[in-house]
Design a protein around this ligand. Structure first.
Ligand code: C2E
Ligand code: MG
Ligand code: MG
Ligand code: MG
Length: 279
């Protein structure tokens, strides 16, 4: 919750409460039209196999080409989208775009996993499963190339029969990743109950991994635990070579971060794919 509040107020913290409210009202009005105006865009950040250093996947990260404010990152609008319910439309759009793009890569012979971020809010709409199923079908993708990312806190927030829904989603052939792992207010016992395939170690642990023994130990513990649960591990926010080397030593499977590439527009990502080795 603290994170969510922080995220929502982040861009406007110097303004008064009234200005903030006006700003949010303005953005939410514009956001509701952003899809039809084609202002949303998916950027892609490569995910690297730590041993081969090859691109084995991408995370789709949404951007809003705002007519007045320029390129906005999700922190500026996902919170508003969640509060207003516009997230429902946005998620539909992201899933559709993502599947269509993945289909093109699959047809070109690329073996890639495309990870899509979803919001806990998405589960409040009972057509979520149908949306995913429909898009897998209509795009014609091989479903095991698609992955949904849900934050650890998001997973805990959602109540009811989420477990059943996750199982249904998995039965489509897609995989599930737990995002920002290690930061949530959760018991690791949920790993036993939820059919997840991957843990993404939060950037906050990776940041000082080569200088802070506690962060190294936490990361090592997460990797060991993932091994025992037969899950893959992704390290988020890898920015330096020492961080990379240490993660390799700890036998982390996959890495993602500015060291390899920032999230980039489609054409730049495809240039990286053509080289397909960032080493
Ligand atoms: P996330 O899913 O944890 O994504 C990772 C964030 O870390 C991204 O921020 C990415 O640009 C950033 N990042 C990657 N590597 C590095 C690094 O080496 N150093 C640093 N400092 N940062 C790095 P971004 O793109 O601003 O996205 C922020 C969050 O917004 C995402 O966090 C995700 O929770 C959410 N989000 C993004 N796209 C979508 C979407 O399509 N739908 C929904 N519901 N949420 C989204
Ligand atoms: Mg993510
Ligand atoms: Mg994350
Ligand atoms: Mg995050």
């Amino acid at each position: 919750k603290a994170k969510q509040n922080g995220r929502n107020t982040y861009a406007f913290y110097t303004e008064s409460i009234t200005q903030q409210a006006d700003q949010r009202f303005r953005l939410s009005n514009q956001l509701s039209k952003a899809i039809e105006r084609c202002e949303l865009e998916l950027y892609y950040q490569p995910q690297i196999d730590m041993v081969s250093k090859r691109i084995i996947g991408a995370e789709a990260l949404i951007r809003w080409n705002h007519p007045d404010d320029g390129l906005l990152t999700p922190w500026a609008f996902i919170g508003i989208a969640e509060e207003t319910g516009i997230i429902h439309e946005i998620s539909k759009w992201v899933i559709q775009q993502g599947c269509q793009q993945l289909k093109k890569w699959q047809e070109a012979g690329h073996q890639l996993t495309l990870s899509i971020n979803i919001s806990p809010r998405d589960f409040r709409y009972d057509d979520f499963y149908d949306q995913v199923a429909k898009n897998i079908q209509s795009s014609g993708i091989t479903a095991n190339g698609l992955e949904l990312e849900l934050t650890e806190n998001g997973l805990m927030e959602t109540s009811g029969n989420i477990r059943e829904l996750l199982q249904q989603l998995k039965s489509l052939g897609i995989s599930l990743a737990v995002d920002d792992f290690g930061t949530g207010h959760s018991s690791i016992a949920y790993l036993k109950h939820f059919p997840v395939d991957k843990l993404k170690i939060d950037r906050s642990f990776v940041k000082d991994i080569d200088v802070d023994p506690a962060d190294k130990m936490i990361t090592e513990t997460i990797i060991d635990m993932a091994r025992n649960f037969n899950l893959k591990v992704v390290a988020e926010g890898v920015e330096t070579l020492p961080q990379h080397d240490l993660l390799l030593e700890l036998e982390c499977d996959i890495a993602q971060g500015y060291l390899y590439s920032k999230p980039v527009p489609l054409n730049e990502f495809e240039t990286l794919l053509e080289k397909n080795s960032l080493a």
